[in-house]
Design a protein around this ligand. Structure first.
Ligand code: NAD
Length: 260
């Protein structure tokens, strides 16, 4: 029980990586907040966790909506009286060559990844400072926080930017014992990735099997996908770490695709 009694807000936690982290955090004793676009999906995930013996609540939160983010964090403070951990995880992918990228798609992706990270960070830092217990903020970066791939201009740019944000939060948060780090996974089989396999195949003119082997897993040491469990275990390690020795860092879990 490495996170006993800690209140953890996880954005985008009704699916994929965020959902796995929510389940693992609950197993470690955390009170988990599933913050996602659809209140119904968030409530359903929270109910699954409760049925499995954990403690969880669902919150409707579009991370690009300032009022909804602030209201969601206020709802958590009213229910649990504290916020200890934020995992800024909500994200999307849009695949297109840069010369064809629609401006509205660029803005949409950057808003979810970056405006969302800023708004949730600001609301949670305010709550953490008010509580006086310190805190941990984890950003879901990517190997694309360090490396580039074609067809992903706004995603790569936004994921790189999260490292800069985490470094500022590490510096500004230190006096209140708030730490900030970035997790950088390789490809994980979630709905986000399942959707882009046929899209990449079409854009690159190759088969879906070739996308997996020659694009997604080509640079790994063993040709394997990273799993949601790999990412969840990293998120536990970073949140449970006891001191500010580990702050302002990014840690990559990618089967050796990216080595720092
Ligand atoms: P997913 O599609 O399974 O889950 C994403 C979740 O985010 C969904 O529940 C969705 O409803 C939610 N979401 C989308 N827009 C939102 C918004 N505006 N406000 C609140 N919630 C919103 O995707 P995933 O693969 O689990 O991705 C989670 C994070 O991990 C993303 O930031 C993604 O970039 C990152 N990531 C994924 C991979 C991968 O290979 N799957 C690799 C590296 C990083």
């Amino acid at each position: 029980m490495q996170l006993q009694g800690k209140v953890a807000i996880i954005t985008g936690a009704a699916s994929g990586i965020g959902k796995e982290i929510a389940f693992e955090y609950a197993r470690e004793g955390a009170l988990v907040v599933i913050a996602d676009l659809s209140g119904d999906a968030a409530a359903a995930t929270a109910q699954e966790i409760t049925q499995a013996g954990g403690t969880a609540m669902g919150v409707t939160m579009n991370v690009t909506d300032e009022a909804q983010v602030d209201a969601g964090v206020a709802q958590v403070m009213a229910a649990y009286g504290r916020v200890d951990i934020l995992i800024s995880n909500a994200g999307i992918q849009i695949i297109s060559a840069l010369v064809d990228f629609k401006f509205e798609d660029w803005r949409k992706l950057v808003a979810i990844h970056l405006d969302g990270a800023f708004l949730t960070t600001r609301a949670c830092m305010r709550a953490m400072i008010q509580c006086g217990n310190g805190g941990t903020i984890l950003y879901m970066g990517s190997v694309h926080s360090h490396e580039a791939s074609p067809l992903k201009a706004p995603y790569v740019a936004a994921k790189h930017a999260l490292i800069g944000l985490a470094k500022v939060v590490a510096k500004e948060g230190a006096k209140d014992r708030i730490r900030a780090n970035v997790i950088c996974p390789g490809f994980v089989r979630t709905p986000l990735v399942d959707k882009q396999i046929p899209e990449q195949a079409k854009a690159l003119g190759i088969t879906e099997a070739e996308v997996i082997k020659n694009v997604m897993l080509k640079e790994t040491v063993d040709g394997e996908f990273t799993t949601t469990q790999d990412v969840a275990q990293t998120a536990i390690f970073l949140a449970a770490f006891p001191t500010s020795a580990l702050t302002g860092q990014s840690i990559t879990v990618s089967h050796g695709w990216h080595m720092q």
